[in-house]
Design a protein around this ligand. Structure first.
Ligand code: COS
Length: 411
């Protein structure tokens, strides 16, 4: 049997990522500092996380000490602005980091991923100064884990159909409803909850966003889901039963604009997921190439066979195309462009791309790709989710086509 090459032993610098960065406010990192940051993350991924992939897959949990190391490294605060004690990475920097993190099981990223993305961004994009000061510094250290509660039993792709209600009486809202498939809910301290404040409206216009502490009376959690892949990520339902929330926790202090907040958050999240998809694809291409160079059949390494070469070349080309798209869209977003449709294109292409790459990786590995020992089948299951969450491929196509029609003066 061919044995997998263990990851190269490298030492992780005893360094908090924040100590690397002496960044001028609102300025991008200089290339050398960004390279150092990426190097630190790559070492952490290679040396610390990759050896744990199989264990995490089997035990369906991330070891607590690893979560603590992630906190110490500063990973929970990657995108939280510096004035709230985060690193304040811009989109270009964030996708570079996400890509580097994609080289290991997606579950590792997921534990801090909500603080970097959907669990903090509603607050960052639309929160009041007071709300930011109250929560963001603790989110940056990982003391608070944030979670995004949009999806419901009857509101998935049709996100504007949320039924969770927020009825106002005096200076409080009473919130009731069920949120479904909520990532990191079992670990969360703070929920961003989308609920209907205007009960006479059935569409997007009656929805508001709230910050709700997880220990508020009336909140209960469903059983953690058993999933096809991404073992080690924590997902369950969250039930709100007459939960009393002070009006100060309405994001931005404005009612009925929550749907737009959610959409802005998802534009950014979709780019992040695209970058993770690229990282996983790079990992699978590397594993496939290594295997094909070692594995011998018909007296030759299988990499000598053109049908294997074709699969490797198609994966490499697919991955490169996704990388160009994501880098371009991230740059445009940093320059202030509205990238909703481009982010949808990136998510559509990059997540479908990694599905193709994972499928070819199984094929190149043959029987070794189908058994647990090599980890390829785990990635194959893990990447399936990328085409579903933060908007399915079908929803991305809808967003792109709607934008095309709008640009052409129709709709
Ligand atoms: N940024 C800012 N505003 C946006 C926006 C964006 N990216 N996308 C839509 N909006 C605004 C629209 O401009 C519109 O505003 P007005 O009411 O002022 O005209 C409003 O939001 C409603 O937009 P639209 O009519 O396009 O909403 P739809 O109900 O048709 O829904 C889709 C649009 C399907 C794209 C949306 O529901 C969606 O993204 N669904 C998928 C949800 C998802 O990703 N779920 C995963 C959960 S998180 S793991």
């Amino acid at each position: 049997m061919i044995t997998m090459k263990p990851p190269k032993a490298r030492s992780i610098p005893n360094l908090n990522i924040k100590e690397l960065i002496t960044k001028e406010k609102f300025m991008a990192l200089d290339q050398e500092t960004l390279n150092q940051l990426l190097d630190t993350i790559t070492k952490f991924v290679d040396k610390r996380l990759r050896p744990l992939e199989s264990q995490v897959g089997l035990e369906d949990r991330i070891p607590e000490e690893v979560i603590e190391e992630m906190k110490a490294l500063g990973l929970f605060g990657l995108t939280i602005p510096e004035e709230y004690d985060g690193l304040g990475l811009n989109m270009t920097e964030e996708v570079a980091v996400a890509q580097a993190f994609g080289h290991t099981s997606p579950a590792f990223r997921s534990i801090f991923g909500t603080n970097v993305g959907i669990g903090s961004q509603s607050l960052i994009i639309d929160g009041t100064e007071e709300q930011k000061r109250k929560y963001l510094p603790k989110m940056a250290t990982g003391e608070i884990i944030g979670s995004f509660c949009l999806t419901e039993p009857d509101a998935g792709s049709d996100a504007a159909a949320v039924k969770t209600s927020a009825k106002k009486a005096g200076d409080h809202y009473t919130i009731s409803g069920t949120k479904r498939f909520i990532t990191n809910a079992p670990k969360a301290n703070l929920f961003t909850v989308f609920a209907r404040t205007d009960l006479s409206e059935t569409g997007s216009r009656g929805v508001s966003a709230f910050l709700i502490d997880a220990d508020t009376k009336g909140i209960s959690l469903g059983k953690p889901y058993r999933k096809m892949g991404q073992q080690g990520t924590y997902v369950c339902d969250v039930i709100f039963d007459d939960v009393l929330v002070h009006q100060d926790n309405l994001i931005g202090g404005k009612e009925n604009v929550g749907f737009k907040t959610a959409m802005k958050v998802l534009d950014k999240g979709r780019l992040h997921i695209s970058a993770i998809s690229i990282g996983v694809a790079e990992r699978l291409i590397e594993d496939s190439l290594n295997y094909a160079m070692e594995r011998k059949q018909f007296g030759n390494a299988i990499v000598e066979f053109q049908l294997i070469q074709a699969m490797l070349a198609d994966s490499q080309t697919d991955c490169y195309a996704a990388k160009c798209m994501v880098q371009d869209t991230a740059r445009r977003r940093d320059e202030g462009e509205n990238v909703a449709a481009l982010a949808a294109s990136c998510k559509l292409f990059a997540t479908e791309m990694v599905g193709r790459v994972a499928d070819r990786a199984v094929q190149i590995h043959g029987g070794a790709g189908y058994v647990e020992d090599y980890g390829i089948e785990r990635f194959y299951r893990d990447v399936r989710l990328f085409r579903i969450y933060e908007g399915t491929s079908e929803i991305q196509r809808t967003v792109i086509a709607k934008d095309m029609i709008k640009q052409a003066g129709g709709g």
